[in-house]
Write a protein that binds this ligand. Structure first.
Ligand SMILES: [Zn+2]
Length: 248
């Protein structure tokens, strides 16, 4: 079973919580991205830092990594707790650059705060779950490393695909990762046209003959969007803050 708990669904400028998630996967809890609002969104959802067994960071924008420094400090100094941090190998230098001013004092390194795993293509969680990176370099923001992923539950023969932030979604080819067990596509959805996010009408047009639209879950949207109205208008689903989704 894959349980997706949305800590927030907002974009970078949200007054609420960033588009960060806890994926409950058997006895593991995977934090997907750690934006600057994590210090509020995690306790608001009833999770403690020590509940998070694993963390994956999709790219280095502040709404995805800006809360990781404080999270690491809290884990070490308040709880003597060291979760797993899964990082794309190519992001090794970048993530250290982001975190070093806050974390690398007195000779401390990233490996003092986390069990750090640099992975080329993805990673396994326990026996049942597999995360496969879907690299989207330059397709979210120019000259930026970014990725989505495919998360498979091998026990239940189910998988979901998660875009994270994506601009040129049609070049990212997320649909190439669809198979008969794909239960959902979590897709960046924007209601204004920008080069770094996916405009709603373009997403609908692209996927309407590639998957059943109710399997498309919009996320990372602005505060003033009426999610229920959007669901009615487009026939997709919108991820809503603190409303968990379970697959299959
Ligand atoms: Zn971003």
């Amino acid at each position: 079973m894959i349980k997706v708990y949305p800590l927030g669904t907002g974009g970078a400028f949200t007054k609420h919580y960033h588009n960060n998630y806890i994926f409950e996967l058997g006895d593991r809890k995977l934090l997907v991205d750690a934006g600057t609002t994590l210090r509020f969104s995690l306790p608001a959802a009833g999770y403690k830092e020590t509940d998070v067994t694993d963390i994956v960071i999709t790219h280095l924008h502040a709404d995805h990594v800006g809360g990781l420094e404080e999270f690491a400090q809290r884990c070490m100094w308040l709880y003597s707790y060291k979760p797993n941090l899964w990082i794309r190998a190519e992001l090794a230098e970048g993530i250290e650059d982001v975190l070093k001013a806050g974390l690398f004092t007195d000779g401390l390194q990233l490996s003092d705060y986390f069990h750090v795993h640099y992975e080329k293509d993805g990673f396994q969680l326990g026996n049942d779950y597999e995360i496969e990176f879907i690299k989207t370099d330059n397709l979210h923001a120019k000259d930026m490393l970014s990725m989505g992923f495919k998360l498979s539950d091998k026990n239940d023969n189910a998988n979901i695909i998660y875009t994270s932030d994506i601009g040129k979604h049609e070049e990212a080819l997320f649909d190439k990762h669809f198979d008969e067990n794909t239960k959902a596509l979590f897709h960046d959805i924007s209601f204004i046209q920008t080069p770094v996010h996916s405009y709603i009408d373009d997403v609908i047009a692209y996927y309407s003959d590639k998957l059943a639209l109710p399997s498309l879950y919009g996320m990372h949207y602005a505060d003033d969007i009426d999610a229920v109205e959007i669901e009615k208008k487009y026939g997709i689903q919108m991820v809503k803050i603190q409303q968990p989704l379970v697959f299959p």
